[in-house]
Design a protein around this ligand. Sequence first.
Ligand SMILES: O=C(O)/C=C/C(=O)CC(=O)C(=O)O
Ligand SMILES: [Mg+2]
Length: 219
Amino acid sequence: MADSLKNFRSICKKIIAVGRNYSEHASELGNTVPTKPIIFMKPTSAFVTEPNDIRIPADWDELHHEVEFGVIIDKQCQNVSKEEAEASIGGYCLALDMTERKLQNELKDQGLPWLLSKGFDTSCPCGDFIPKEKISLSSSVNLWLNVNGNRRQNGHTRDMIFSVPDLIVYISKYITLEHGDLILTGTPAGVGPVRRGDQIEAGMEGEHDLKYLMKFNVV
Ligand SMILES: O=C(O)/C=C/C(=O)CC(=O)C(=O)O
Ligand SMILES: [Mg+2]
């Protein structure tokens, strides 16, 4: 089954993203820590893969990086239990939730949806499919991100407020998750701006020699 997920980006119908899932990140943006998962979406046209670039739209100047742990759904889930949620996972990937922070804040202040600030083309740089057997959910994955060689983010999935199975249980109560869908599980602290000409390097490391690295230029 996992074979058809190797190209999950071409079959993915939904990128569902979780916000404020690390308390340190919620605090750094002056937000309260949520009592229920905060869910939003990015269109699949946001995907970009190496060696392509992250393109900043011409009139924007406060694009932030957010490194995230991605979960790829194998089996359809609708209102699933925690056990079914775990069984529905096909694999994982490293991803970025690129965000135009100034626009997001303006939209938030007006009570408007922040889709554009997070859903523009190339706002979801994404790595290769990693089969579920390679990462145990009971272990913690280290997520990090450098800009021009300087460490900006360094977090651990054990610090998520809502665990991966809990997120799937919650989302599937309201939205049917389908084969190939991607869940971005929120970013750890350290988000910040990137400029045209910068290079982003992001990685994840964990048990059983898990080591994944990806690089994107910002243009
Ligand atoms: O509420 C805000 O000011 C910002 C929220 C986010 O951008 C949420 C995320 O995308 C995240 O925490 O990863
Ligand atoms: Mg995010």
